[in-house]
Design a binder for this molecule. Structure first.
Ligand SMILES: Cc1cc2nc3c(=O)[nH]c(=O)nc-3n(C[C@H](O)[C@H](O)[C@H](O)COP(=O)(O)OP(=O)(O)OC[C@H]3O[C@@H](n4cnc5c(N)ncnc54)[C@H](O)[C@@H]3O)c2cc1C
Length: 415
């Protein structure tokens, strides 16, 4: 225990030095050590090495939010049928497969065999696949394709209600569409777990001094059926049972997606099933009406603001900072910092994601340096207060193994 404490003190010193490197930013939260407990009782979790010199990139994406929720309906476009499927806010990765089935249902009565899908983010790709599964010949037309879509810049958990709809705008018909989409998507994503699609289950910890805290953002109330709520298997860990610098930690199982792996794999599936992708930007409905396909599906997300004059669409800017991946960090953790920062850490193979922001109404794709500094500082302070695994103890496994067996035993990694 003494050795563990000594190492933690050294880490605090390192972080203090790094804190001064963040120009003009003072740590808002004094780091403190997690309560000590016998190593056997405590979760043995590797400590993420959050440092300025380990930052590898920051990405910005604009969530396509509508107070009235996503739009999923059919209308006439001259002699064609136009099916809208856009405006999924912070839930487009979570709802895409189910919305795709609803689009296929709306396309069925047309009797058409060829469909044009406009847009190649998660909603467009999953819709295209659902249509293929019903036998349609599908062409995707899109201005950009992965990795250049909002979907690629997603934090990408199963978060079906995040930034989705203003509660007072819900209607029974919309609720029904949402629940169907959420259910189908949840089941589909479960069957995609594994390295091929980059979908996996992961332990997520909410480090908190309030053991009644409910993890996971998004809508409460009766919108999400109980069995679809993230965090149903909620388990509260008390002082000494976890390594975090808070009194408690709430552990839940979360379904997570690695967007770069996932989107490329769905593109591959789409092409393998005979789909075509055409790179093209549309400026007007007239251009869409001139396409050869009798059914056109609009999955342009925020693009519908100008293409269909939907002034209800509002961007919710989101920014993620990545540090060098650590294979031994296989759990998520979130914590609110006193500096207002988001000390959230989300390990992926393309980097450990630090933070996740929401700036409503901001159209800029520029990095917000203030948010970047605040979140990094919050994360550095947080990990400085974590208790490292005891030497020679096995790490607690939070994800299916992605490391060779030799690495499963903790080898006193330089923190
Ligand atoms: C930081 C961040 C975190 C997020 N976290 C989550 C999460 O945890 N869980 C979750 O479910 N969701 C999350 N989201 C939300 C999710 O990423 C979006 O809901 C989803 O990506 C939106 O998909 P989209 O198809 O609307 O947009 P996009 O992925 O951008 O796709 C739009 C497509 O339409 C094309 N297009 C647009 N306009 C035109 C035009 N005029 N002509 C031709 N093509 C056009 C584009 O080129 C592109 O191919 C997050 C988003 C961000 C930014």
């Amino acid at each position: 225990v003494a050795a563990v404490q000594r190492r933690s003190v050294v880490k605090l010193g390192t972080t203090a030095l790094l804190g001064t490197a963040l120009a003009g930013c003072r740590p808002a939260l004094a780091p403190r050590l997690a309560p000590t407990a016998p190593a056997g009782r405590r979760l043995q979790l590797a400590v993420p090495r959050v440092r300025l010199d380990r930052v590898i990139r920051t990405t910005v994406g604009l969530r396509p939010h509508r107070d009235g929720g996503f739009v999923l309906r059919a209308e006439k476009l001259d002699a064609k049928v136009l099916v809208h499927n856009y405006g999924h806010g912070g839930a487009g990765m979570s709802l895409a497969w189910g919305c795709g089935v609803l689009v296929a249902d709306l396309s069925q009565p047309t009797g058409a065999t060829q469909v044009a899908v406009i847009g190649c983010g998660a909603p467009g790709l999953c819709t295209a696949r659902q249509l293929q599964r019903r036998g349609y010949a599908v062409t995707i037309y899109a201005a950009t394709v992965p990795p250049d879509t909002t979907s690629n810049r997603s934090w990408a958990g199963y978060t079906p209600t995040t930034a989705l709809i203003a509660p007072e705008r819900r209607t029974p018909a919309w609720d029904q569409q949402f629940r169907t989409a959420a259910e189908i998507s949840y089941r589909q994503l479960q069957t995609m777990v594994g390295p091929r699609y980059g979908v996996y289950w992961i332990d997520a910890y909410a480090a908190t001094d309030d053991p009644t805290a409910r993890p996971g953002g998004g809508q409460d109330g009766d919108l999400v059926p109980e069995h679809l709520r993230p965090g149903r298997d909620r388990q509260v860990l008390g002082p000494g049972e976890h390594p975090f610098p808070t009194s408690h930690a709430v552990r839940t199982s979360n379904l997570a997606i690695e967007p770069s792996i996932y989107l490329d794999a769905v593109v591959d599936d789409f092409l393998a099933a005979g789909g075509r992708i055409v790179i093209r930007r549309f400026e007007s409905r007239r251009e869409l009406a001139a396409l050869a396909e009798p059914v056109v599906v609009n999955c342009t997300g925020l693009g519908s603001f100008s293409l269909f004059d939907d002034m209800e669409l509002v961007p919710i800017k989101g920014q993620l900072t990545f540090i060098v991946p650590q294979r031994e960090v296989d759990y998520r953790v979130s914590s609110r910092a006193a500096n207002g920062g988001n000390a959230g850490l989300n390990p992926r193979s393309d980097g450990i994601v630090v933070g996740n922001s929401q700036e409503p109404g901001v159209w800029s794709l520029d990095v917000n340096e203030e948010i970047l500094k605040r979140n990094l500082e919050a994360a550095m302070t947080f990990v400085a207060g974590m208790q490292p695994p005891a030497p020679a103890q096995r790490l607690t496994r939070s994800r299916p193994p992605s490391v060779p067996p030799a690495l499963e035993t903790f080898l006193d990694v330089d923190q």
